[in-house]
Design a protein around this ligand. Sequence first.
Ligand code: NAD
Length: 317
Amino acid sequence: MGKKVAFPFRHHASLVCPEAKQMLRDAGFELICNDTGEKLSASEQHEMIRDAFAVVAGTESYDREMLTGCDSLRAVIRFGVGTDNFDLAAMREMGIQVGVIANYNAVAEFTLTLMLSALKNYPRFDMAVREGKWSRFPMRELTGKTVSIIGYGRIGRRLSELLSGFHTRLLAYDPYIDEEAARQRGVTPCGFEQALSEADVVSLHLPATPDTFHIINRDTIARMKDGAYLINTSRGSLVDEQALYEALTQGKLSGAGLDVYEVEPVTADNPLFSLDNDVLSPHCAALTYETNYNGGIICANSIINVLNGGKPVYSLW
Ligand code: NAD
C-alpha cells in the first residue's frame, strides 16, 4: 500500500484536474477522496487525513485538534491561497510543509472586472435591458484615476500590471513591500493613510489575520476620499460591512465591488444586497479553468517535491 494523499474537500472532483491525480498515482500514492459531495464533519475529516502523507485542502479547518494524531502528515497544500483556515504555528511545530497554488492571474483579472463594473455600474444596465427598459445614466472612467492597492503580494502586483494600460496613478501600501518590484511596475509605495486618502479606488489584497480584521471600518472609511470606490476580492473579515453599508447609503462612497463577505455562503438578508451601487459576486474570483488545471499540477508537484525531500512549489516557509 503506497503513501496516502487525502482530498477531504467536497469540490475536489470538479476542481482538481485528473492529470494531477494521475501524477500522484504514478508517484506511488494512494488517493483517498471525499466523494460524498458533502462537507465532511470534523471527525470524518480527521479519519480521512489521520494516516495520510499529504492533504490537498479546501476551506475546511486544519486547527491543532484536527492535526493531532496525524503522525504521517508531511504536507498540506491549499487548493487556493488563503490559509486563514490553517493553524500555521501548529503545522510548523509538527514539521508539516505548507504550500499554496498560484491563482493571481485569475483574481487580478476578476478584481479588474469588479472595479470596472463598479465604476460603470454595469449590472444595472444589463438588468434594465433584460426588463425592456431604456435606462441610461453616466458612468465613471478608470483612466487617470488614483488606485490604491492594499497588500502588494502576488495578486496586488499582477493587478498593477493590468492597470498600467489605464494610465492610472498607482499607490501601494504593504508593510513588507518589495519597493523595487513596485517601482518597476510604475507603482508608488506609500503609507496606509496616503493609500486611503488619495485613492479614487481602494482595492484590498492582503490576508485575513487578527491584525487585519475590519481594517476597513467607520474610521478608515471616513479617511477615504469622498466618492471613492472600495473593491474587496480578499476576505470578508477585512471590511466592517455595516460601516460599508452606511458609507454607500450616505454617499460617502460612490460604490463597491465585493467578491467576499463576512458570512459565507451568503444569505439574502445582507443589507448590502439591497443597494444599487455595489457589484457582487459569490467568492468566485479564482474560479477559472486555467487556475484549476494549473493549481492541480502545482499540488501534485508540491507533494512529489516533499516526498523527495524538497519543498512545495509555493511554500509558506
Ligand atoms: P500574497 O501572500 O502574495 O500577498 C499578500 C500581501 O499582503 C503580502 O505582500 C503581505 O506583505 C501583505 N500584507 C500582510 N499584512 C498586511 C497589512 N496589514 N497591510 C497591507 N498589506 C499586508 O497573497 P495573494 O496571493 O496576493 O492573495 C491576497 C489575498 O487574496 C489572500 O490573502 C486571499 O485572502 C485573497 N484571495 C481571494 C481569492 C478569491 O477567490 N476571492 C482568491 C485568492 C486569494
